[in-house]
Design a protein around this ligand. Structure first.
Ligand SMILES: [Zn+2]
Length: 333
């Protein structure tokens, strides 16, 4: 730029040599005439404008990266929701199921309930998350299980003293499977079935005060969702804990599932979820492999972006780590 201005006639606006549009811009911004360019004299102003432009861009970028929707509190019908582990909408290419599923904690009405347990590799993460909230595993009074895939149920022994709630249809189905099913951990299911505090429930059962179970099959034959009823006097809406009935946003949008024993059954269940979701304004939906979401103008909008990464050690030094950020696109909805 400096060289350019030096090689041109000092009293001619360099912008007028090119496009007329450029000249108009110079006229508007700097007051240049056809024969005299003031932009060179006003370089500090130009720099200031560039600084302001950058600041605006940075602000816009920061806004883009912030959660799309914020709520000051996550309380529904007298229960406080804390997400112990946030599910992630991903698969592996060659290493089997990723199994990064949602684990939620509900506290209220004198109960401390965990909803699903994540996969085995999450044990430490779950215990640390509980510890941060001042909750001991022995404080957990109830474990609500949506279905019996390994990445949702295998850590039930962490809460062995709790009352265990599972769908009757789901348990019957899982117990009837031969050993070796790729997704159902048969020994954990067998011991769960013999647990002294196991409660099997059917459609519509009230599993805790103000929390009901509803059948939403497709992903598995007896998959349950749990509905935490909001109060009409409060603006919080309901909480829908749907887990893998619709694993992530795309399944909700398309009303279709990519892991289902019957696409029509899954579609009917997702229709049912939509009916629940629209029932009360402000309702939050928590899927098994995605961020919590709310409806804005009828469209599911994520509350925040995933905080996920893989750390690889390729070098000769164990401290030499490469982190692959998995947060995904900032404008994913
Ligand atoms: Zn599942």
């Amino acid at each position: 730029m400096i060289r350019d201005s030096q090689t041109r006639a000092p009293n001619r606006c360099s912008a007028t040599l090119g496009a007329r549009l450029n000249r108009l811009l110079h006229e508007a911004l700097y007051g240049c005439s056809r024969n005299r360019c003031l932009a060179g004299d006003l370089r500090p102003l130009s720099a200031l404008l560039a600084l302001v432009g950058n600041a605006i861009r940075l602000h816009a970028d920061r806004r883009r990266r912030q959660p799309l929707v914020r709520r000051s509190r996550m309380e529904f019908g007298g229960y406080r929701l804390d997400i112990l582990v946030q599910g992630y909408p991903g698969k592996t290419r060659r290493h089997g199921g990723l199994g990064w599923s949602t684990v939620a904690l509900l506290r209220g009405h004198g109960r401390t309930a965990v909803v699903d347990t994540g996969g085995f590799g999450m044990r430490r993460t779950i215990l640390e998350a509980l510890h941060r909230l001042g909750v001991q595993p022995t404080d957990v009074t109830d474990l609500l299980l949506t279905h019996l895939h390994y990445d949702h149920m295998i850590n039930w022994p962490l809460f062995a003293g709790a009352r265990m709630v599972v769908g009757r249809t789901e348990l019957d189905w899982a117990m009837g499977l031969p050993f070796g099913d790729p997704l159902v951990p048969e020994l954990y299911v067998r011991d769960l079935a013999a647990h002294p505090k196991l409660v099997t429930v059917d459609e519509g059962a009230e599993v805790l005060p103000g929390i009901t179970a509803h059948l939403v099959p497709g992903h598995t034959p007896g998959h349950l969702m749990f509905l935490v009823e909001g109060r009409d006097t409060e603006p919080d809406g309901d909480l829908l804990l749907i887990q893998d009935a619709a694993k992530y946003r795309a399944e909700l949008l398309q009303r279709a599932a990519d892991m289902t024993f019957d696409p029509a059954v899954s579609a009917a269940s997702i229709d049912r979820i939509w009916d629940f979701w629209r029932r009360r304004p402000g309702s939050v939906l928590l899927p098994g492999h995605d961020q919590p979401m709310v409806l804005q103008a009828g469209v599911p909008v994520r509350m925040g972006r995933p905080d996920a990464a893989i750390i690889a050690i390729f070098g000769a030094d164990i401290a030499d780590r490469t982190e692959f950020d998995l947060a995904g696109p900032a404008d994913a909805g």
